[in-house]
Structure formats: C-alpha cells, structure tokens
Design a protein around this ligand. Structure first.
Ligand code: FA5
Ligand code: MG
Length: 350
C-alpha cells in the first residue's frame, strides 16, 4: 500500500487531487485509519509491531503529502506570475479624448483679450422677450428696422422668462437675434461705470450660405461711464485688432444705421497675413433712448434712475466670421455640420 500511495501522491497534478488522496489514506474513513482501528483485535506482541509499522507509514505519507503540496503551490505561484507578467516596455493604449469646438476656442480668445482690458464677461438667455430684443433697443413694433433681423418667434405657453432681477417678463417670446438685449438686462441690474463683454449664441430665420448661418455666435461689448466717447470705442477695437493680428493691423470705421446707437458704425480690422479688411460687426454710442428705456424699467422695479449724465459705447461682432479666418475655414456651415473629421482637427489647439 505504501508504494502505491507514495506514487499516487508524487503524481498528483493539483491540490484538488492531493486533497482527495489525503482523505483516501489518512481521512476518518481512510485506508490507514481503518488499519489502525483493526489493531485492537490483534494479540499484544503483534499489535505493537504492526502499530509501529503503521505509524511509520503514516509519517511517510504525511511527509510525502506535505512535500507534494508545497511543490504544487510553488508551481501554481510560478505559473500565475508568468501569466500576469506585465511588460512595462509595451507602448500604452491611447485614450479617446475630446477637444474644444473651434467656436469655443475663438470665443475664449476674444473674452481673454477683453478681460485683459478690464472687461467682465457675462451671459444672457437665448430665449428672449420682444421687449429686450427689440423695444428697449429703440426698435418698436412696425419700425422698418425690425426687418434687419429675421426672427424666430416662439409660441410655447407656460415658459417663465426671468427679467434682470428674476422678475417675470411679460410679452411675446423669441430666440434672440443678437446679443444686444444683454445691454439692457445688464444696465437694469447694475449701475455705471462698467465694462462688459457678452459672448453668446444668436438665431436668425435666414437662408444659409458659405458666410451665413441661421444659428451663430456674437460677442457684445458695452462700456458705460462719465465722459465715454467714440474715441474710446475706436481704442477698444484697435486693441482687439492688435491682439488678434499683431502690430501691423489697423481698424476702419464706416457710418451705418442701428436704432440703438447714435452715431452708428460698422467696423473692420486689417488682416495683414491675408492682405484684406475683415468686416467684424456693428458699433456706436449708446442711444439716449436706450438709457431712457433702462431707467424706465428700473423705475418699474422700484430702482432709482442710474443712466442720467453718462455715455457709453457698444459693439457686436460675429464670432464665426473671425474663426473662419483664424483657422482657414472656407464655409461657415462646417462649424455645426457635426462632422467629426472636421472637429478632430482642433484637438489640442489651445
Ligand atoms: C447686430 O447684430 C448688432 N446687434 C450689432 C451691434 C451691437 C451694433 C452693438 C451696434 C452696437 P449685425 O446684424 O450686423 O448687427 O450682426 C453683427 C455681426 O454678426 C455681423 O457683422 C456678422 O459678423 C455677424 N453675422 C450677422 N449675420 C450673420 C449670419 N447669418 N451668419 C453668421 N454671422 C452673421
Ligand atoms: Mg445681416
């Protein structure tokens, strides 16, 4: 029995099998245990002799089991180490990462330029009321100037639009056609002097082409205080041109009509690299009627007038037109066409 048992133990392929062998020989009902139980039936002399034999066999089996167990455990460990081995010299797996949208990049660049000039950036709602988008900006209903902005009107019921101080705003709703309504909202809630820029998305019911989108972005600027003049406006746009295109850039102003400024101008900046003027947007001195509308609204809210004896300038520029130049994009419709191949080009552009 000993020979056979030792061979079986030596050949056990895993711990499982070894456990079964241990039970077979040394377990409660094991072969050796049975033999031991049989001892009491033997005469004394024989019992002693046989007892010694069995004890020796037991010790041999236990030693063999232990040795095999150790060997199997070592083999298992070695195998696991081999299997789980990490080759630290292998190249890593690239993680997918997104990137910022080119319009976000352009917007951030613009905001940073003005922040450095002491402007604060604020934002306003995209759903707007007829009052803030038009009336308060001196564009009453039936005024021909309303045709300058083809409007998406909203018919939804139950939408609560908040005014500058959280009050409910009455009247017809629309998708803002420009960022200028934030001029009025900001002035109602603040007292001059201040300098702000307002980046934001605007909407126009327009046919699209290579330079026109129905949804695009503007950056509004508003500076109000005592003694603000057209020269300050020119200075601000000049600083913008310098920051964008370097010391060889310059600015150009041409008269144009906007109901909420007087005088009004459209401005362009010289793009030295491209050798051409870039029409950026509209600007002008804040119209007295806008200040009056702001103070009238403040009065309705129980606030004292704050815009007597001050002047201000405002401007609004198109972000897409600038980004097209900045990144060499030939068609405005690429921006929101949703093609990953286009957007992926801007990964890491910061
Ligand atoms: C305005 O929207 C005025 N609120 C700007 C302003 C602000 C004037 C403050 C005076 C004082 P306008 O409609 O011209 O103006 O638009 C301003 C700029 O937005 C344009 O110069 C152009 O760069 C851009 N823009 C206008 N329409 C589109 C369009 N459909 N797609 C892309 N960009 C546009
Ligand atoms: Mg237009």
């Amino acid at each position: 029995m000993l020979e056979e048992a030792l061979a079986a133990i030596q050949n056990a392929r895993d711990l499982e099998e070894l456990k079964a062998l241990k039970a077979r020989y040394l377990g409660k009902k094991g072969l050796l245990t049975q033999e031991m139980k049989g001892l009491s039936a033997l005469p004394l002399e024989e019992r002693r002799k046989r007892g010694q034999e069995l004890n020796a066999i037991k010790a041999a089996l236990e030693a063999a089991l232990e040795a095999r167990e150790k060997a199997l455990e070592e083999a298992a460990l070695k195998e696991a180490l081999e299997r789980e081995r990490v080759d630290v010299s292998l190249p890593g797996v690239r993680l997918f990462s997104g990137g910022l949208h080119p319009i976000t990049l352009m917007e951030r660049e613009l905001v940073e330029i003005f922040r450095a000039l002491g402007y604060q950036a604020v934002e306003g709602p995209e759903v707007e009321s007829e009052f803030f988008n038009f009336d308060a900006l001196n564009i009453p209903e039936h005024h021909p100037a309303r045709d300058m902005w083809d409007t998406f009107w909203l018919t939804g019921e139950g939408f609560r639009l908040e005014g500058p101080l959280g009050e409910e705003v009455e009247g017809r709703l629309l998708l803002r056609t420009h960022t200028s309504p934030m001029q009025v909202r900001y002035m109602v809630a603040h007292t001059p002097p201040f300098r702000i820029v307002v980046p934001g998305r605007v909407f126009r019911f327009e046919q699209t082409d290579a330079t026109h989108e129905a949804v695009f972005h503007q950056l509004e600027g508003l500076v109000v205080g005592e003694g603000i003049t057209m020269a300050h406006l020119k200075g601000a746009i000049y600083e913008l041109a310098q920051a964008l295109f370097g010391p060889d850039s310059k600015v150009r102003f041409q008269p144009i009509y906007f109901p909420f400024v007087e005088p009004g101008a459209q401005f362009a900046v010289w793009w030295p690299e491209g050798g051409k003027w870039l029409e950026l947007g509209g600007a002008g001195m804040v119209h007295p009627k806008v200040f009056q509308a702001v103070d009238a609204y403040r009065k309705k809210l129980g606030l004292p007038p704050a815009y007597r004896g001050v002047t201000g300038f405002a401007f609004g520029l198109g972000v897409e037109r600038l980004a097209m130049l900045r990144y060499g994009i030939p068609d405005i419709r690429y921006f929101f066409g949703g093609r990953l191949k286009f957007l992926e080009q801007f990964k890491g552009v910061l």
